[in-house]
Design a protein around this ligand. Sequence first.
Ligand code: PMP
Length: 433
Amino acid sequence: MADNQAQDLLSRRYRVMGHHTPLFYEKPLQLVRGEGVWLWDSEGKRYLDVYNNVPHVGHCNPRVVEALSRQASTLNIHTRYLHNNIVDYLERLTATFDDSLQMAMLTCTGSEANELALRMARYCTGGQGIIVTDFAYHGNTEAVAEIGTGFMPEAKTTKRVKAFPIPDSYRGIDGLTGEALAQAYADRVQQAIDAFHAEGIKVAGILVCPDFANEGLLNVPAGFLEQAVAKVRKAGGVYIADEVQVGFGRSGKHFWAHQWYDVTPDIVTMGKPMGNGHPLAGVVARPEMIEAFSKEAMYFNTFGGNPVSCAVGMAVLDVLQEDNLMQNAVTTGAYVTDGLNKLQQKHELIGEVRDLGMFFGVELVQSRTSKAPAKAEARRIINRMRDKGVLISTIGVHNSILKLRPPMPFQPEHGDILLEMLDEVLTEMEGRV
Ligand code: PMP
């Protein structure tokens, strides 16, 4: 984008939108077209997309676009009429879950899905207390802002939310490792339960992303989540798994990230990749919870579950299956991880490489002994990668972890471009640091 034109668009944007949505990069990108794992800006420059999980089966996937336009030119209407699409889609979707999770409700955003999950958990348990990590983000409605401990002022004043430290094997607590560390983090969850009880607040549940993605795609100490959920259930609460970011086969081996653990949630929320960019999200839960909630509580969503959204959702599931994209997440994922591990051997800045199928986290540190987060370096790296035509971003408490989460059709040849550019940028930075 020519500089003057970009400046003009930026100031018009701020004038009409304010500053509520921060833009990526020191030089914000004006994107005009996408295809597969590629994006083009307004000047015709091509970028490799190693960031976006919303275009799950690839930008502008032709089969998804075709399903959308076919249904949009036939009928689109709200959800108070019978229609095959919603029933067909939800039967197919719930088949990917455990037998205990066989009923669903649709929304348009992940925030709405989490809002609904909180309402349902509070309604069904009679409790109010929700337990989350101390660096959580789960969306933007008022009740969901209360659980956004890493980002939202509402989380600081509410009495209904308590946090436990992010369960991070890399930094740990008190030098503990393995089972002892898992136990120590689970004890912190117990402390949150006890603190609620001391204040006369009944526990409604624990709500976490099973991969702790916003927290830094953590390597969770084995056994932690199972123990934490057991403690919450003992206190009368439920387990809500937020799969908004990590669901729909991204982790490769399992369709849902929570399926890596030996504990099944009571409620699962989902969104982002579900509609490949079309606003489609939802909740899958134990039928008895949805039925109990529906007896008294009202839930109707004008757009959630309309015939077009469901046609799109179904097309996403078709492409995932027909193109074997979960298997691709396993094989290409392993290929990229291997390359990142080699970069770690070469570059001191890389403290730890984390991976889960087609999702990678690269923890940058100023020194491998102190593990001090390399925040400024991370910022410089994502901007230099952008200049070189590769889009990535950061996550974690200090934004010092590179977030690599490409569309699922990402191939080893794309991995090679990513790894080569990252190697160049790290080498360039080490020359300067
Ligand atoms: N949960 C998680 C884990 C998320 O990362 C996000 C969005 N970043 C949300 C919920 C909210 O989803 P949405 O923006 O669709 O409301």
